[in-house]
Ligand binder design. Structure first.
Ligand code: SF4
Length: 198
């Protein structure tokens, strides 16, 4: 998609003082507005809360957005929620990009507002650029064999096999040596109990 056809909305989250305490989020919002393809730049107090999500959905409809960038926390926290949010406004859920300005910026750049704001701008700039290359994705369900193959019967392999089995999956553990245990099995005693290793 060419930049002319892009209609990107950027949503900058304060996260209360978690982000706004370290980053000038208004300056960041204004900066995001200048980035190629951005047609709306909005600041929310708590983007993941209902009012924040409603603002995203309203902005998608009012501005006919075709990409959404949320500048907030780690995607591991709320990416799934934001995908559902944009989908609720009629946008493919994979046309969402996240910029982690909390764990990667405000939390780790304390006491220097200027440096933190500069860093946040860089993170948002990259996320907006990445969003240019997003394409709609369809989710499909395919049949899989519910079983795991673990290659290597060292300590890591044994533990992985046990964890998978505990999770209820059949496990096949393959080891090229005649016995399992790997390097661990060659040790005499192990720290801290000074017990036999096997
Ligand atoms: S989206 Fe993340 S950064 Fe924003 S308020 Fe929620 S938890 Fe905080």
């Amino acid at each position: 998609m060419t930049v002319e056809n892009l209609r990107i909305g950027v949503f900058v989250c304060d996260c209360g003082s978690n982000i706004a305490g370290a980053v000038d989020t208004e300056e960041l919002r204004e900066y995001a507005e200048t980035l190629p393809g951005v047609v709306a730049s909005i600041r929310n107090k708590y983007t993941c809360a209902d009012p924040g999500q409603q603002e995203i959905q309203t902005a998608i409809r009012e501005n006919n957005l075709n990409r959404v960038v949320v500048a907030s926390c780690s995607p591991t926290s709320y990416e799934v929620i934001f995908r559902g949010c944009v989908e609720g406004a009629g946008l493919n859920p994979y046309l969402l990009e996240m910029a982690n300005i909390r764990e990667h910026c405000s939390w780790v750049t304390p006491g220097d507002r200027e440096a933190a704001t500069r860093k946040a701008k860089g993170i948002v700039k990259v996320a907006v650029a990445r969003s240019h290359w997003l394409y709609p994705q369809d989710e499909e369900q395919v049949p899989v064999t519910d079983a795991a193959l673990v290659i290597g019967g060292g300590v890591s392999g044994i533990q992985a096999a046990l964890d998978l089995a505990d999770a209820g999956h059949p496990v096949f553990l393959v080891e090229k040596q005649p016995s399992i245990g790997g390097i661990m099995a060659q040790l005499d005693k192990v720290y801290p109990d000074i017990e036999c290793s096997i």
